[in-house]
Design a protein around this ligand. Structure first.
Ligand SMILES: Cc1cc2nc3c(=O)[nH]c(=O)nc-3n(C[C@H](O)[C@H](O)[C@H](O)COP(=O)(O)OP(=O)(O)OC[C@H]3O[C@@H](n4cnc5c(N)ncnc54)[C@H](O)[C@@H]3O)c2cc1C
Length: 358
Protein backbone atom coordinates (compact mmCIF):
# COMPACT_ATOMS: atom_id res chain seq x y z
CA UNK A 1 0.00 0.00 0.00
CA UNK A 2 1.37 3.43 -1.04
CA UNK A 3 0.15 6.86 -0.10
CA UNK A 4 0.42 8.07 -3.72
CA UNK A 5 0.43 6.23 -7.06
CA UNK A 6 1.51 8.33 -10.07
CA UNK A 7 0.53 7.10 -13.55
CA UNK A 8 3.02 8.17 -16.24
CA UNK A 9 6.80 8.31 -16.35
CA UNK A 10 7.41 11.41 -18.46
CA UNK A 11 8.74 14.68 -17.05
CA UNK A 12 5.35 15.38 -15.40
CA UNK A 13 5.21 12.10 -13.48
CA UNK A 14 8.87 11.81 -12.51
CA UNK A 15 9.08 15.43 -11.30
CA UNK A 16 6.06 14.86 -9.04
CA UNK A 17 7.50 11.54 -7.81
CA UNK A 18 10.70 13.32 -6.77
CA UNK A 19 8.92 16.17 -5.00
CA UNK A 20 6.44 13.93 -3.15
CA UNK A 21 9.02 11.33 -2.18
CA UNK A 22 10.37 13.74 0.44
CA UNK A 23 7.02 13.59 2.24
CA UNK A 24 5.21 10.41 1.35
CA UNK A 25 5.42 6.82 0.08
CA UNK A 26 5.25 6.94 -3.72
CA UNK A 27 4.86 4.46 -6.58
CA UNK A 28 5.24 5.58 -10.21
CA UNK A 29 3.82 3.32 -12.94
CA UNK A 30 5.10 3.64 -16.52
CA UNK A 31 3.83 1.52 -19.41
CA UNK A 32 7.03 1.63 -21.50
CA UNK A 33 10.41 0.06 -20.71
CA UNK A 34 12.04 3.43 -19.90
CA UNK A 35 11.12 6.85 -18.51
CA UNK A 36 10.61 9.67 -21.02
CA UNK A 37 9.76 7.45 -24.01
CA UNK A 38 6.87 9.56 -25.39
CA UNK A 39 6.62 13.41 -25.52
CA UNK A 40 9.41 13.78 -22.95
CA UNK A 41 11.88 12.00 -25.23
CA UNK A 42 11.03 14.04 -28.31
CA UNK A 43 11.15 17.72 -27.39
CA UNK A 44 13.13 20.67 -28.72
CA UNK A 45 14.71 20.91 -25.27
CA UNK A 46 14.50 24.69 -24.92
CA UNK A 47 13.67 27.20 -22.21
CA UNK A 48 11.96 30.36 -23.46
CA UNK A 49 10.62 32.37 -20.54
CA UNK A 50 7.99 34.27 -22.53
CA UNK A 51 6.62 31.25 -24.42
CA UNK A 52 3.03 30.20 -23.69
CA UNK A 53 0.07 32.01 -22.16
CA UNK A 54 0.30 34.16 -19.01
CA UNK A 55 -0.18 31.24 -16.61
CA UNK A 56 2.51 29.22 -18.39
CA UNK A 57 4.85 32.20 -18.29
CA UNK A 58 4.34 32.43 -14.53
CA UNK A 59 5.35 28.77 -14.21
CA UNK A 60 8.33 29.30 -16.56
CA UNK A 61 9.59 32.20 -14.45
CA UNK A 62 9.12 30.33 -11.19
CA UNK A 63 10.98 27.31 -12.61
CA UNK A 64 13.99 29.24 -13.89
CA UNK A 65 16.10 29.30 -10.73
CA UNK A 66 15.74 25.53 -10.18
CA UNK A 67 16.57 24.75 -13.83
CA UNK A 68 19.50 27.14 -13.75
CA UNK A 69 21.07 26.08 -10.45
CA UNK A 70 19.75 22.86 -8.86
CA UNK A 71 22.17 19.91 -9.26
CA UNK A 72 24.53 22.26 -11.18
CA UNK A 73 21.74 23.32 -13.53
CA UNK A 74 20.39 21.95 -16.81
CA UNK A 75 20.44 25.16 -18.89
CA UNK A 76 23.07 26.36 -21.35
CA UNK A 77 23.13 29.56 -23.41
CA UNK A 78 21.54 29.47 -26.84
CA UNK A 79 19.75 32.77 -27.75
CA UNK A 80 16.64 33.14 -29.90
CA UNK A 81 16.32 34.94 -33.25
CA UNK A 82 13.20 35.65 -35.30
CA UNK A 83 13.57 36.23 -39.04
CA UNK A 84 10.98 37.72 -41.36
CA UNK A 85 10.61 38.45 -45.06
CA UNK A 86 9.26 41.49 -46.88
CA UNK A 87 5.51 41.62 -46.24
CA UNK A 88 5.82 39.98 -42.79
CA UNK A 89 6.43 43.18 -40.83
CA UNK A 90 3.27 42.97 -38.73
CA UNK A 91 3.78 39.32 -37.72
CA UNK A 92 7.45 40.10 -37.08
CA UNK A 93 6.61 43.00 -34.76
CA UNK A 94 3.96 41.11 -32.81
CA UNK A 95 5.92 37.84 -32.35
CA UNK A 96 9.11 39.73 -31.43
CA UNK A 97 7.19 41.79 -28.88
CA UNK A 98 5.34 38.81 -27.44
CA UNK A 99 8.54 36.76 -27.01
CA UNK A 100 10.56 39.76 -25.76
CA UNK A 101 13.03 40.08 -28.67
CA UNK A 102 14.77 43.28 -29.80
CA UNK A 103 15.25 44.18 -33.46
CA UNK A 104 18.80 43.66 -34.78
CA UNK A 105 20.55 44.40 -38.09
CA UNK A 106 20.99 41.77 -40.80
CA UNK A 107 24.75 41.69 -40.19
CA UNK A 108 24.07 40.88 -36.53
CA UNK A 109 21.63 38.18 -37.67
CA UNK A 110 24.36 36.69 -39.86
CA UNK A 111 26.69 36.56 -36.87
CA UNK A 112 24.06 34.59 -34.90
CA UNK A 113 23.34 32.23 -37.83
CA UNK A 114 25.72 32.56 -40.83
CA UNK A 115 23.35 30.83 -43.30
CA UNK A 116 20.66 33.54 -43.08
CA UNK A 117 19.64 34.46 -46.63
CA UNK A 118 19.99 38.22 -46.79
CA UNK A 119 18.31 38.36 -50.20
CA UNK A 120 15.08 37.16 -48.53
CA UNK A 121 15.28 38.17 -44.87
CA UNK A 122 14.32 41.80 -44.25
CA UNK A 123 13.84 41.86 -40.47
CA UNK A 124 15.54 40.12 -37.57
CA UNK A 125 15.20 40.28 -33.79
CA UNK A 126 17.11 38.60 -30.99
CA UNK A 127 16.95 37.69 -27.32
CA UNK A 128 19.98 36.36 -25.50
CA UNK A 129 18.43 34.73 -22.41
CA UNK A 130 16.97 31.69 -24.16
CA UNK A 131 18.50 28.36 -23.24
CA UNK A 132 18.99 24.74 -24.25
CA UNK A 133 17.52 22.56 -21.51
CA UNK A 134 19.20 19.21 -20.92
CA UNK A 135 16.01 17.14 -20.74
CA UNK A 136 17.73 13.78 -20.09
CA UNK A 137 19.63 15.22 -17.17
CA UNK A 138 16.50 16.81 -15.70
CA UNK A 139 14.66 13.47 -15.87
CA UNK A 140 17.67 11.66 -14.36
CA UNK A 141 17.97 14.23 -11.56
CA UNK A 142 14.32 13.79 -10.59
CA UNK A 143 14.61 10.00 -10.95
CA UNK A 144 17.66 9.93 -8.63
CA UNK A 145 15.93 12.15 -6.06
CA UNK A 146 12.82 9.95 -6.08
CA UNK A 147 14.84 6.74 -5.65
CA UNK A 148 17.04 8.27 -2.93
CA UNK A 149 13.80 8.89 -1.00
CA UNK A 150 12.64 5.29 -1.54
CA UNK A 151 10.03 6.00 -4.19
CA UNK A 152 9.32 2.89 -6.27
CA UNK A 153 9.50 3.34 -10.07
CA UNK A 154 7.94 0.50 -12.06
CA UNK A 155 8.43 0.40 -15.83
CA UNK A 156 6.63 -2.10 -18.14
CA UNK A 157 3.53 -1.46 -16.03
CA UNK A 158 0.62 -0.39 -18.24
CA UNK A 159 -2.39 0.56 -16.14
CA UNK A 160 -5.36 -1.46 -17.43
CA UNK A 161 -8.02 -1.04 -14.77
CA UNK A 162 -8.67 1.27 -11.82
CA UNK A 163 -11.13 0.57 -9.02
CA UNK A 164 -12.00 2.37 -5.81
CA UNK A 165 -13.47 0.95 -2.66
CA UNK A 166 -13.44 2.09 0.97
CA UNK A 167 -11.41 5.21 -0.01
CA UNK A 168 -8.58 3.09 -1.47
CA UNK A 169 -7.52 3.12 -5.14
CA UNK A 170 -6.82 -0.31 -6.63
CA UNK A 171 -4.69 -0.11 -9.80
CA UNK A 172 -4.31 -3.17 -12.03
CA UNK A 173 -1.33 -3.26 -14.37
CA UNK A 174 0.79 -5.59 -16.51
CA UNK A 175 3.15 -5.99 -13.57
CA UNK A 176 0.63 -6.56 -10.79
CA UNK A 177 -1.93 -4.86 -8.59
CA UNK A 178 -1.15 -1.82 -6.42
CA UNK A 179 -3.08 0.20 -3.82
CA UNK A 180 -2.97 3.82 -2.68
CA UNK A 181 -4.87 6.61 -0.97
CA UNK A 182 -4.16 9.11 -3.73
CA UNK A 183 -3.87 8.79 -7.51
CA UNK A 184 -2.00 11.23 -9.79
CA UNK A 185 -2.83 11.26 -13.49
CA UNK A 186 0.39 12.28 -15.30
CA UNK A 187 -0.18 10.18 -18.39
CA UNK A 188 0.47 12.85 -21.07
CA UNK A 189 -1.65 12.28 -24.17
CA UNK A 190 -3.56 9.46 -22.41
CA UNK A 191 -4.85 11.70 -19.61
CA UNK A 192 -8.55 11.41 -20.55
CA UNK A 193 -8.20 7.63 -20.96
CA UNK A 194 -6.77 7.24 -17.43
CA UNK A 195 -9.46 9.56 -15.96
CA UNK A 196 -12.08 7.45 -17.67
CA UNK A 197 -10.63 4.22 -16.18
CA UNK A 198 -10.91 5.83 -12.74
CA UNK A 199 -14.48 7.02 -13.32
CA UNK A 200 -13.43 10.69 -13.36
CA UNK A 201 -15.16 13.08 -15.75
CA UNK A 202 -13.08 13.71 -18.87
CA UNK A 203 -11.76 17.24 -19.47
CA UNK A 204 -11.25 16.94 -23.24
CA UNK A 205 -7.47 17.22 -23.59
CA UNK A 206 -6.09 17.79 -27.10
CA UNK A 207 -3.03 15.74 -28.15
CA UNK A 208 -1.33 17.69 -30.96
CA UNK A 209 1.43 16.15 -33.03
CA UNK A 210 4.64 18.12 -33.65
CA UNK A 211 7.50 16.76 -35.80
CA UNK A 212 11.21 17.29 -36.08
CA UNK A 213 13.88 16.49 -38.68
CA UNK A 214 17.63 16.41 -38.19
CA UNK A 215 19.64 17.83 -41.10
CA UNK A 216 23.40 17.95 -41.66
CA UNK A 217 25.07 21.15 -42.90
CA UNK A 218 28.13 21.50 -45.14
CA UNK A 219 31.28 20.76 -43.12
CA UNK A 220 32.55 24.38 -43.20
CA UNK A 221 29.82 25.33 -40.71
CA UNK A 222 30.22 24.78 -36.98
CA UNK A 223 26.70 25.18 -35.59
CA UNK A 224 27.65 24.83 -31.92
CA UNK A 225 27.00 28.44 -30.95
CA UNK A 226 24.25 29.34 -33.42
CA UNK A 227 20.99 30.75 -32.07
CA UNK A 228 17.62 28.98 -32.06
CA UNK A 229 15.94 30.65 -35.06
CA UNK A 230 12.42 30.78 -36.35
CA UNK A 231 9.99 32.43 -38.75
CA UNK A 232 7.57 35.03 -37.36
CA UNK A 233 4.46 32.80 -37.46
CA UNK A 234 5.79 29.76 -35.56
CA UNK A 235 5.39 27.70 -38.74
CA UNK A 236 9.00 26.46 -38.66
CA UNK A 237 11.97 26.68 -36.32
CA UNK A 238 15.52 25.39 -36.23
CA UNK A 239 18.25 24.95 -33.65
CA UNK A 240 21.64 23.27 -33.33
CA UNK A 241 21.66 19.79 -31.90
CA UNK A 242 24.60 17.38 -31.73
CA UNK A 243 26.54 19.13 -34.54
CA UNK A 244 23.56 19.28 -36.92
CA UNK A 245 20.37 21.35 -37.10
CA UNK A 246 16.98 20.13 -35.99
CA UNK A 247 14.17 21.71 -37.97
CA UNK A 248 10.51 21.54 -36.99
CA UNK A 249 7.50 22.28 -39.18
CA UNK A 250 5.96 23.42 -35.86
CA UNK A 251 2.63 21.82 -36.76
CA UNK A 252 -0.22 21.29 -34.30
CA UNK A 253 -2.17 18.35 -35.75
CA UNK A 254 -4.89 17.03 -33.50
CA UNK A 255 -4.56 13.23 -33.21
CA UNK A 256 -5.61 10.33 -30.99
CA UNK A 257 -3.08 9.37 -28.27
CA UNK A 258 -0.50 7.04 -29.89
CA UNK A 259 3.22 6.45 -30.35
CA UNK A 260 3.67 9.39 -32.73
CA UNK A 261 5.77 9.44 -35.88
CA UNK A 262 6.51 12.17 -38.42
CA UNK A 263 4.70 12.24 -41.75
CA UNK A 264 6.95 12.79 -44.80
CA UNK A 265 4.70 15.48 -46.29
CA UNK A 266 4.59 17.51 -43.04
CA UNK A 267 8.38 17.36 -42.75
CA UNK A 268 8.83 18.31 -46.42
CA UNK A 269 6.53 21.32 -46.06
CA UNK A 270 8.31 22.48 -42.91
CA UNK A 271 11.74 22.11 -44.50
CA UNK A 272 10.54 24.09 -47.49
CA UNK A 273 9.36 26.97 -45.23
CA UNK A 274 12.72 26.89 -43.36
CA UNK A 275 14.74 26.72 -46.57
CA UNK A 276 13.42 30.01 -47.91
CA UNK A 277 15.24 31.82 -45.08
CA UNK A 278 18.68 30.20 -45.49
CA UNK A 279 21.40 29.87 -48.12
CA UNK A 280 22.15 26.15 -47.68
CA UNK A 281 19.75 23.78 -49.47
CA UNK A 282 18.62 20.72 -47.52
CA UNK A 283 19.95 17.69 -49.40
CA UNK A 284 19.28 15.00 -46.83
CA UNK A 285 17.55 14.31 -43.53
CA UNK A 286 19.47 12.09 -41.10
CA UNK A 287 16.48 11.26 -38.87
CA UNK A 288 13.01 12.44 -37.99
CA UNK A 289 10.49 11.96 -35.20
CA UNK A 290 7.31 13.37 -33.70
CA UNK A 291 5.76 13.74 -30.28
CA UNK A 292 2.38 14.73 -28.87
CA UNK A 293 2.04 18.10 -27.17
CA UNK A 294 -1.14 17.67 -25.13
CA UNK A 295 -3.10 20.82 -24.28
CA UNK A 296 -6.13 21.49 -22.10
CA UNK A 297 -8.91 23.35 -23.97
CA UNK A 298 -7.64 26.72 -22.59
CA UNK A 299 -3.93 25.80 -23.10
CA UNK A 300 -3.03 26.23 -19.42
CA UNK A 301 -1.64 23.30 -17.43
CA UNK A 302 -4.08 21.33 -15.28
CA UNK A 303 -2.77 20.83 -11.75
CA UNK A 304 -4.90 19.86 -8.78
CA UNK A 305 -7.72 17.59 -7.56
CA UNK A 306 -10.60 16.43 -9.76
CA UNK A 307 -13.93 18.17 -9.23
CA UNK A 308 -15.71 14.99 -8.16
CA UNK A 309 -12.94 13.25 -6.19
CA UNK A 310 -10.39 15.00 -3.99
CA UNK A 311 -8.04 11.98 -3.97
CA UNK A 312 -7.59 12.00 -7.78
CA UNK A 313 -5.09 14.65 -8.95
CA UNK A 314 -4.19 15.93 -12.42
CA UNK A 315 -0.67 16.80 -13.53
CA UNK A 316 -1.56 17.28 -17.17
CA UNK A 317 -1.86 19.56 -20.20
CA UNK A 318 1.90 20.27 -20.32
CA UNK A 319 1.54 21.15 -24.03
CA UNK A 320 4.79 22.52 -25.42
CA UNK A 321 6.10 23.59 -22.02
CA UNK A 322 6.43 20.42 -19.91
CA UNK A 323 10.15 20.81 -19.21
CA UNK A 324 10.35 24.53 -18.71
CA UNK A 325 7.43 24.48 -16.25
CA UNK A 326 8.31 21.20 -14.44
CA UNK A 327 9.97 22.53 -11.27
CA UNK A 328 7.16 24.95 -10.37
CA UNK A 329 4.35 22.69 -11.57
CA UNK A 330 5.58 19.66 -9.60
CA UNK A 331 6.15 21.79 -6.52
CA UNK A 332 2.57 23.08 -6.67
CA UNK A 333 1.12 19.58 -6.97
CA UNK A 334 3.20 18.47 -3.99
CA UNK A 335 1.86 21.39 -1.92
CA UNK A 336 -1.73 20.63 -2.94
CA UNK A 337 -1.45 16.91 -2.14
CA UNK A 338 0.43 17.36 1.14
CA UNK A 339 -1.63 20.37 2.28
CA UNK A 340 1.50 22.57 2.48
CA UNK A 341 1.51 26.39 2.20
CA UNK A 342 1.64 27.58 -1.41
CA UNK A 343 4.49 29.36 -3.16
CA UNK A 344 2.23 30.47 -5.99
CA UNK A 345 -0.32 33.28 -5.92
CA UNK A 346 -3.93 32.12 -5.41
CA UNK A 347 -5.05 33.55 -8.77
CA UNK A 348 -2.48 31.42 -10.62
CA UNK A 349 -3.47 28.28 -8.72
CA UNK A 350 -7.08 28.96 -9.70
CA UNK A 351 -6.17 29.19 -13.40
CA UNK A 352 -4.46 25.78 -13.15
CA UNK A 353 -7.25 24.14 -11.11
CA UNK A 354 -9.08 21.28 -12.92
CA UNK A 355 -12.34 22.64 -11.43
CA UNK A 356 -12.20 25.54 -13.92
CA UNK A 357 -13.75 23.15 -16.49
CA UNK A 358 -17.48 22.44 -16.30
C1 LIG B 1 8.49 18.35 -30.95
C2 LIG B 1 8.30 18.80 -29.54
C3 LIG B 1 9.03 19.88 -29.06
C4 LIG B 1 8.91 20.28 -27.72
N1 LIG B 1 9.72 21.26 -27.25
C5 LIG B 1 9.67 21.60 -25.93
C6 LIG B 1 10.57 22.54 -25.38
O1 LIG B 1 11.43 23.06 -26.10
N2 LIG B 1 10.49 22.86 -24.07
C7 LIG B 1 9.53 22.27 -23.25
O2 LIG B 1 9.48 22.60 -22.06
N3 LIG B 1 8.67 21.36 -23.75
C8 LIG B 1 8.72 21.01 -25.06
N4 LIG B 1 7.86 20.08 -25.56
C9 LIG B 1 6.78 19.60 -24.71
C10 LIG B 1 7.23 18.55 -23.73
O3 LIG B 1 7.99 17.56 -24.40
C11 LIG B 1 5.97 17.96 -23.08
O4 LIG B 1 5.20 18.99 -22.52
C12 LIG B 1 6.31 16.98 -21.97
O5 LIG B 1 7.25 16.04 -22.40
C13 LIG B 1 5.03 16.27 -21.51
O6 LIG B 1 5.41 15.40 -20.47
P1 LIG B 1 4.40 14.37 -19.85
O7 LIG B 1 5.11 13.66 -18.77
O8 LIG B 1 3.12 15.06 -19.55
O9 LIG B 1 4.03 13.36 -21.06
P2 LIG B 1 4.84 12.10 -21.62
O10 LIG B 1 6.28 12.36 -21.70
O11 LIG B 1 4.14 11.68 -22.86
O12 LIG B 1 4.63 11.04 -20.47
C14 LIG B 1 3.40 10.40 -20.23
C15 LIG B 1 3.72 8.96 -19.88
O13 LIG B 1 2.52 8.30 -19.44
C16 LIG B 1 2.65 6.95 -19.81
N5 LIG B 1 1.34 6.30 -19.83
C17 LIG B 1 0.27 6.61 -20.60
N6 LIG B 1 -0.73 5.74 -20.36
C18 LIG B 1 -0.29 4.87 -19.43
C19 LIG B 1 -0.86 3.73 -18.79
N7 LIG B 1 -2.10 3.28 -19.10
N8 LIG B 1 -0.11 3.07 -17.86
C20 LIG B 1 1.14 3.48 -17.54
N9 LIG B 1 1.74 4.55 -18.14
C21 LIG B 1 1.02 5.23 -19.08
C22 LIG B 1 3.24 7.03 -21.23
O14 LIG B 1 3.84 5.80 -21.60
C23 LIG B 1 4.23 8.18 -21.08
O15 LIG B 1 5.55 7.74 -20.84
C24 LIG B 1 7.97 19.63 -26.87
C25 LIG B 1 7.23 18.55 -27.36
C26 LIG B 1 7.41 18.13 -28.67
C27 LIG B 1 6.62 16.94 -29.16
Amino acid sequence: MFNVIIIGGGIAGISVAARLSNHSSVLLLERESALGYHASGRSAASFIKDYGNDTTRDLNSLSFEYLHSANNGVLSNRGLMILAKKGQKNEFKSSSESLGLTEISLSEALKAVPIVNRKVVKYASYREDVYDLNTNRLIQNFDREAKRNNAVIKINSAVKKIERSKSIWRVLTDSGEYHSNILVNASGAWVDYISNLAGIEKIGFLPMRRSMARIPLPSEFDVTNWAFFSGPNEDWYAKPDAGQLIVSPAEEDLVEPHDAWAEDLTIAEGISRYQEFVTTPVKRITSNWAGLRTFAPDRSLVIGPAKCNSSFFFMAGQGGYGFQTAPAASNLLKELIMGLPHNLEKKIIKKLDPKRFN
